[in-house]
Write a protein that binds this ligand. Structure first.
Ligand code: ADP
Ligand code: SF4
Ligand code: MG
Length: 326
């Protein structure tokens, strides 16, 4: 933690050198820190979306959870609206920072009615003056996410995946947050439903001015909704840029291979483009390669890449890349 760190007052969320290590038992008496997030920095302005992408296991969920203090970070500075987020301040900030989860089947209690699922945060934070006021607020939230009033007394298990995700979003909106971590919020849905739910996230942002950290492993999904995109690999940011710039001019070899794994909607473009296939899996964060974390899968790797970790540096207009050869 850096007590002298001063956040930029223009940012709603600001994260500096965030680290989240999990102690893993490696012997009877020994533990090794699993570095799930290892020195990540970024900022999000009010009403803006930052996309966060990377393969499974890169640390995206851990960033989201540590950011809103569902985990206590190992190190680093997190600010919300200029205030440091810590054990003392989090109680008062909880209402402002919400999370929508990937799996609408396991994150909603199937035996609760829609009304009670959405009403729960209203109860917890005592956000109504009477039963009638509570009901009115719930119906308003349901309307915001496109659910009919008749659905209020039905049970979560009666709904489709897309509708369940709408219920989850209405619940996240109940406390009128200024920031929502959307963790793979559309990843489990059919492609046609994905588009509807993404459009809804965008409409809600315009109406309510809410900012998102939009996490997904699919760059296409993230590109559509994000102003900026950050690419993560093995607990580190390897590239960040405005969404269009990242799409048109990716610099990090990992980003390039992620982009070439995106299926093109146009078959002619798909045929003429060279696909770079990512070989192998992400190494375990317990056996982190020396130097550049991507070097075990990178076809441009040199001796320098094994010896020294490249720093994230600005290549112009806020396009940041961590690679020796770019
Ligand atoms: N609670 C935990 N305890 C120990 N290891 C964890 C925990 N949560 C995540 N990890 C590990 O941290 C790494 C990053 O996980 P995660 O943040 O879930 O990645 P992603 O969301 O990008 O798939 C993985 O290696 C995962 O196994
Ligand atoms: S630093 Fe080296 S290994 Fe890492 S991405 Fe760049 S070229 Fe590849
Ligand atoms: Mg995840």
């Amino acid at each position: 933690m850096d007590n002298n760190y001063k956040p930029n007052p223009e940012n709603l969320v600001e994260v500096n050198d965030l680290k989240m290590y999990f102690p893993i038992k490696t012997g009877l008496l020994s533990t090794t820190p699993l570095k799930a997030v290892d020195g990540v920095s970024f900022a999000i302005k009010p009403g803006e979306t930052l996309g966060l992408v990377g393969e499974s296991g890169c640390g995206k969920t851990t960033v989201g959870r540590a950011l809103i203090r569902l985990y206590k970070p190992t190190d680093g500075d997190v600010f919300f609206d200029g205030k440091r987020v810590d054990d003392r301040s989090i109680g008062a900030l909880r209402k402002d920072m919400q999370m929508v989860f990937q799996d609408p089947y396991s994150s909603l209690n199937p035996r609760m009615t829609v009304e009670d699922i959405i009403g729960e945060p209203l109860d917890v934070h005592k956000l109504y003056s009477s039963r009638a006021d509570r009901r009115e607020k719930i119906l308003h939230l349901m309307e915001l996410v496109g659910l009919n009033a008749e659905h209020a007394t039905r049970y979560a298990h009666e709904f489709s995946g897309g509708q369940r995700q709408r219920i989850g979003i209405a619940r996240a909106l109940a406390t009128n947050p200024r920031f929502i971590v959307c963790d793979e919020a559309v990843s489990a849905l059919d492609v046609s439903i994905q588009a509807q739910v993404i459009n809804m996230f965008e409409d809600l942002q315009q109406k309510l001015g809410v900012a998102y950290l939009f996490i997904a492993h699919d760059l296409l999904v993230v590109h559509h909704i994000s102003k900026r995109i950050a690419v993560m690999y093995l607990g580190k940011m390897v590239e960040t840029a405005d969404a269009d710039e990242l799409n048109e001019n990716p610099m990090h070899p990992y980003t390039t291979s992620l982009l070439s794994a995106v299926p093109y909607p146009d078959p002619i473009v798909a045929k003429s483009s060279k696909r770079i296939i990512l070989e192998g899996d992400v190494p375990s964060p317990l056996r982190m390669p020396s130097g550049c974390p991507f070097r075990t899968r990178c076809k441009y790797a040199t001796e320098q890449c094994a010896a020294e970790m490249p720093k994230l540096t600005d290549r112009g207009n806020g396009h940041m890349v961590a690679c020796w050869n770019k």
